[in-house]
Ligand binder design. Sequence first.
Ligand SMILES: Nc1ncnc2c1ncn2[C@@H]1O[C@H](COP(=O)(O)OP(=O)(O)O)[C@@H](O)[C@H]1O
Ligand SMILES: [Mg+2]
Length: 115
Amino acid sequence: MRRAGGVAHTRTVVVEFIGRDHELALMARLRARALSGRRQVAVVSGEAGIGKTWFCERVTADAERDGFDVVWGRCWPHAGAPALWPWPAVLADLIGASGASLLAEDPRARGARRA
Ligand SMILES: Nc1ncnc2c1ncn2[C@@H]1O[C@H](COP(=O)(O)OP(=O)(O)O)[C@@H](O)[C@H]1O
Ligand SMILES: [Mg+2]
């Protein structure tokens, strides 16, 4: 936002989501399978800045449009995160505050550390 002569001007830049057609179609197939009762897992990986978050946000919008509930867990971007770091947030969103402590009670999660 900049001010000229006391009047505030706001410039909005809309950046269009580009490409990823193949991956978006893959995620649509996974959703269709999930709706038929088969659990699906997809891993989105890649170097920083490659577009992982944008892709997941786009998939979130598509999934919500299809009637899915979407919850997020975010990976810790640095070394030394406790094992399974993204999952307490996911569980808490799914089943409430008690979900966040479920993994802490599991000795396999408590003992393990990720590099
Ligand atoms: N599909 C896309 N279309 C257009 N721009 C994109 C797309 N994916 C990523 N970008 C651009 O690249 C930047 C970094 O993407 P981001 O999803 O934050 O990367 P990552 O999560 O992998 O670090 C975004 O802020 C956006 O400007
Ligand atoms: Mg990201």
